[in-house]
Design a protein around this ligand. Structure first.
Ligand code: SF4
Length: 359
């Protein structure tokens, strides 16, 4: 069976080419071609000898996820539905699909990618949770979402690319593949992104946070908090019963931040659930020992039984945090009309929303 090269690290490619009897620099050439130049066929890798290109075409492969749908939002965001190749290693051909969103804005583009097909974490406000976990993505499938989105927009790319691991899945429950992908994204000979521009969002998997804290190369960390006490968080995010707030906040307090870095806390404001002034005051106390930034995300009305918060509540919540010196931003999700907003990635086929373009 042909060997998949997409997702392999420099070391893995070195091992592969050594096995073919090729010098080490071939690995570096292919690594650069794949991730920095986005060349997805061996024929395009013209710096390799013709004989080697022919051999690789027989013995290796570069598998990109197939784009099955593109939904273009009025704000310019594009939501992709990708079909992934079946997981052959496990015997059964289990097809899976995931989503990514490309969001252009002044001077930069932000790409939101998935790390698992479906998710087992079961946050109550998240449509992905309803899928359950279908499977983990490989490092190649995670990196490929970024590469495909960049390649599709190559004619109008802004200078800065941000990547957020906030699509389907809990990244820290697919740790090795996620970190394999992150290392390629952050490697200057790979995709070449800055660690300031790559963020991983977790529901609060404490052992994963502790493991990430040990990594030399790591993205920024965002915690999807959404509640200010255990009772509320247990109800919204059952994972809180396993890793309650005291344990989560202790891991956050110990997390080694780089000089320029804050811990990001995402707080989805659900009307009448967690948007009261008392919630804001409790949140301030909870974050007292952490160098934190808070993103308030007013709920996008959708299929789930939650309400959008009243604008006055959003303002008051924001003011309370600000008055206590907590850096806080209100983020209105992009791509609302194509279900590309946070917690809305759940393979929903939308009729009449955005412009649908067949893959
Ligand atoms: S919010 Fe994230 S962690 Fe929670 S169920 Fe959805 S995808 Fe999983």
């Amino acid at each position: 069976m042909a060997t998949e090269l997409l997702g392999k690290s420099k070391e893995e490619l070195r091992g592969y080419f050594a096995g073919l009897g090729e010098p080490g620099y071939r690995a570096a050439q292919v690594y650069h071609a794949l991730y920095a130049e986005r060349k997805f066929s061996f024929a395009e890798m013209s710096n390799l000898p013709a004989e080697l290109r022919a051999r690789l075409s027989e013995e290796a492969r570069i598998t990109l996820p197939e784009i099955t749908r593109r939904y273009v939002s009025q704000d310019g965001s594009v939501r992709y539905l990708f079909a992934l190749a079946p997981e052959e290693e496990k015997g059964a051909a289990r097809a899976a699909s995931v989503e990514a969103v490309f969001m252009p804005s002044e001077g930069r583009q932000t790409i939101c990618i998935s790390t698992q097909a479906g998710c087992a974490v079961d946050c109550r406000f998240c449509l992905t949770a309803q899928l359950g976990l279908i499977r983990n993505l490989t490092a190649g499938e995670i990196v490929a979402q970024v590469l495909v989105a960049l390649e599709e927009h190559k004619a109008q790319l802004a200078p800065q690319t941000n990547v957020v691991l906030m699509g389907q899945g809990e990244p820290l429950l697919n740790y090795d593949a996620v970190m394999g992908a992150v290392r390629i994204l952050l490697d200057q000979q790979g995709v070449g992104l800055s660690p300031r521009h790559v963020s991983l969002s977790t529901s609060g998997i404490v052992p994963g946070i502790e493991r990430l804290a040990q990594e030399k190369v790591r993205p920024r960390l965002a915690i999807s908090l959404n509640a200010s006490n255990d009772e509320q968080r247990d109800a919204l995010m059952p994972i809180n019963r396993k890793y309650p707030l005291a344990m989560l906040m202790e891991a956050c307090e110990k997390y080694p931040l780089r000089k320029w870095e804050h811990l990001m806390f995402e707080y989805v404001l659900l009307g009448g659930v967690n948007d009261a002034p008392e919630d804001a005051r409790r949140l301030v106390r909870l974050l007292a020992k952490v160098k934190a930034k808070v993103n308030l995300i007013p709920w996008n009305p959708g299929e789930l039984p939650y309400r959008e918060p009243a604008p006055s509540r959003v303002n008051e919540f924001h003011s309370i945090l600000l008055a206590k010196g907590v850096p806080v931003f209100v983020r209105y999700s992009r791509g609302r009309d194509v279900m590309a907003a946070c917690g809305q990635l759940a393979l929903v086929e939308i009729a009449g929303a955005g412009v649908e373009v067949e893959g």
